[in-house]
Design a protein around this ligand. Structure first.
Ligand code: NAG
Length: 384
């Protein structure tokens, strides 16, 4: 943050010449407000602010601009140093002008932040995906699951956005809804009422959820889980599973699937009483002869479970990566996620679907088409 702020300050202030003292002082004031606003976003997760407060919105947009600008300007500085070193005698403006590079960075940052903002202010896209599962009963052909993840109800995600997501989901008329973590980002007292529209999801086979890392950040995990179950009629699968049957009375044992879910893998690094990812326990009572679908918030959890669990898993549904969310973060996320976005097949025959999520964390900025709800349709795989 210190490097970012220094680079921004040293490169933006000289854009106005020293003679224009008034404008320069004004620019300094704006820049101080901008930097302070960018650094103060953390408070908004912990204090009460009215739903969709403009203050948190303003500060998070500043943070987005700050992050883009800092990264671009650091790259510019490194670029200029290299050029100076390699071609000391070149005088080309494009290669050498600091002012020119600063203006380009500023323009690119504003452009990307504006377009990223328009992504998160628009309705999420619907990503449709057929998934072929071996051993799936023909009675489940066409069974639909809407996968929603990373709603992140919090400082800039309010009730209107949740209502929009619920409307969109209900229009898809799914058989089941899976919420794979990071539903909320704060305290029950502040945010509970903003999550209430989720109670309007009524898929025939129910709404299922697992915890994400953000559910563990406010020391209210149990309170939230109780809220989800009681007020929103969401079944939270905590190292547990449910057998989903198409038709209770007549179906054979094989006309079913096992839906399991685990506590987030973050619980392996934090000690939170009563919470721990345990895939073995989650899958233990899933019958061998029917397909298993596992909800696990992080792709890292999916990777670990695949490496350590003997039980066959047909499909794992995850989120967490936000598909990289925004350019300054993209490569970090890319490098740290075994599965980034979309449908993957693993050698063991398990498929993994990672959604980029319906919302974002922190700055209300996302790259194009990354705010999504996923409509999965299951089909029996043709044996080969
Ligand atoms: C809660 O969800 C279940 C399906 O999981 C459904 O059968 C039940 O009617 C729902 N209850 C309410 C109050 O909506």
């Amino acid at each position: 943050m210190l490097i970012g702020s220094t680079v921004i300050w040293r490169r933006i202030i000289p854009l106005v010449s020293k003679e224009k003292t008034m404008i320069r002082d004004l620019l300094k004031l704006c820049l101080v407000i901008f930097i302070v606003a960018s650094h103060s976003v953390w408070i908004f997760f912990y204090i009460y602010l009215p739903d969709e407060s403009w203050i948190s919105m303003f500060c998070f947009i500043c943070l987005a601009l700050y992050a883009h600008l800092a990264v671009f300007l650091v790259i510019c500085t490194l670029f200029e140093r290299s050029i100076d070193f390699i071609f000391p005698q070149v005088t080309s403006v494009i290669l050498k002008s600091r002012t020119f590079h600063t203006l380009i960075s500023l323009g690119a940052a504003i452009l990307l932040v504006t377009s990223g903002l328009s992504v998160t202010r628009s309705s999420p896209t619907v990503q449709s995906q057929d998934v072929y599962i071996s051993g799936l009963s023909p009675k489940f052909d066409g069974f639909s699951i809407v996968l929603i993840t990373d709603i992140h109800i919090g400082p800039t995600v309010g009730k209107n956005r949740v209502e929009q997501i619920v409307r969109l989901t209900n229009d898809l008329n799914p058989d089941m809804v899976a919420l794979v973590g990071d539903l909320v980002d704060g305290f029950v007292n502040h945010l509970g009422s903003r999550s209430l529209p989720l109670a309007q999801l009524h898929p025939k086979y129910g709404v299922f959820a697992v915890t994400g890392n953000h559910e563990y950040m406010y020391d209210e995990t149990d309170k939230w889980i109780e809220f989800f179950q009681k007020n929103l009629n969401i079944t939270v699968l905590r190292n547990d599973n449910r057998i989903i049957r198409k038709n209770r009375s007549t179906d054979l044992e094989t006309d079913a699937l096992c839906l399991a879910g685990v506590d987030d893998i973050f619980t392996e690094r934090l000690y939170i009483e009563g919470h721990r990812m345990d895939a073995k326990k989650a899958l233990e009572t899933c019958p061998e002869n029917i397909p298993t679908i596992l909800l696990a918030h992080q792709p890292n959890a999916a990777k670990k479970i695949l490496a350590t669990t003997e039980k066959k898993i047909s499909l794992i549904l995850s989120g967490h990566t936000h598909g990289g969310q925004m350019y300054p973060l993209y490569f970090l996320v890319y490098l740290s996620s075994p599965f980034l976005h979309g449908l993957y097949s693993t050698p063991a025959g398990t498929q993994v679907y990672v959604s980029s999520g319906v919302n974002y964390w922190g700055p209300p900025i996302k790259m194009l088409n990354l705010c999504e709800v996923v409509l999965l349709r299951l089909h029996p795989a043709v044996p080969t």
